[in-house]
Design a protein around this ligand. Structure first.
Ligand SMILES: C[S@@+](CC[C@H](N)C(=O)[O-])C[C@H]1O[C@@H](n2cnc3c(N)ncnc32)[C@H](O)[C@@H]1O
Length: 266
């Protein structure tokens, strides 16, 4: 828990500085958390990849994201029989194999809906770093921390395809409901691979083209939504190519949950 009077995330930022590469660590020491309550390491706006990503930087969507937007759109994407939000959190925790003391990256964390859950799972010794590019999402996430700060979670503004962390600094990395929005999704996978320690675990939730999705519809959906629809084995193949093993995958409607680990630790 945060000491009385301290901005939520301050103690976690102190610990997270050790994970940052030299230049961002120096910036973190100089800047600290901004008035909104997150560390801003991104000096520019990201290029738009389409309407869905544009909505993430509005004020309205972050305000209703966790309670309404994500559960409703998630339901459409996962199908009626697919997992609800509590079950998604459980899937993420299991795929990441979270335990006390783990250092976790929640990439494209939005308002920190999963980050806070991870922070509880790794307490008291663990640390969670939520990274997102949207100032309004992070502002919302930091406001949530003012109500319930787990004490071991810090939010950082950065680009998923160029992370400010040292190599091999995290035990687990998650990216839910976001890879399909990135301009260069496989660069983000490379970055997650780079910052994971030997034996590190990865968990992804993203789009997948099922047999039901007619091939000619794919470019239309992608163009209108700005969301990429990954081919059947594209994500699993990308993880295997990068040396991940022990792959698990669960399909649900138009999404896939994928977990894997790096060799190197038992
Ligand atoms: C749909 S939200 C996902 C939030 C949360 N992970 C979840 O599952 O509910 C997608 C997030 O990806 C972020 N995002 C998009 N492109 C990004 C990038 N290149 N780097 C970091 N975050 C990005 C958006 O700002 C948005 O908050």
């Amino acid at each position: 828990m945060t000491a009385a009077g301290a901005t939520p995330g301050t103690g976690a930022l102190e610990r997270a500085r050790a994970l940052l590469a030299a230049e961002p660590a120096a910036r973190a020491a100089e800047q600290g958390l901004n008035d909104a309550g997150y560390l801003d390491l991104l000096d520019r706006e990201l290029e738009s990849t389409g309407v869905t990503q544009d909505l993430m930087v509005t004020r309205l969507v972050p305000a209703i994201y966790e309670r309404f937007w994500r559960p409703a759109l998630g339901r459409v994407a996962k199908g009626l029989m697919g997992p609800g939000m509590a079950e998604e959190m459980r899937i993420a925790r299991l795929l990441l194999g979270l335990g006390e003391g783990d250092v976790v990256l929640d990439l494209a964390c939005g308002p920190g809906n999963f980050s806070r859950e991870f922070a509880r799972a790794v307490r008291p010794g663990g640390l969670v770093v939520g990274v997102d590019a949207s100032p309004t999402m992070l502002e919302r996430g930091a406001a949530e921390l003012r109500d319930s700060d787990p004490g071991n979670l810090v939010l950082i503004r950065a680009d998923a395809t160029s992370l400010p962390f040292r190599d091999a600094s995290f035990d687990a990395a998650s990216c839910f409901a976001a890879l399909h929005l990135f301009d260069r999704p496989f660069a983000a996978v490379d970055e997650m691979r780079r910052v994971l320690r030997p034996g590190g675990r990865i968990a992804l939730m993203t789009s997948v083209r099922r047999e039901l999705t007619l091939r000619p519809l794919k470019p239309v959906i992608e163009r209108t939504s700005g969301m990429r629809i990954f081919e059947g084995d594209e994500i699993v193949g990308a993880l295997e190519q990068r040396g991940f093993t022990g792959l698990h995958r669960r399909l649900s409607g138009m999404v896939q949950f994928v977990g894997a680990r790096l060799p190197g630790a038992d």
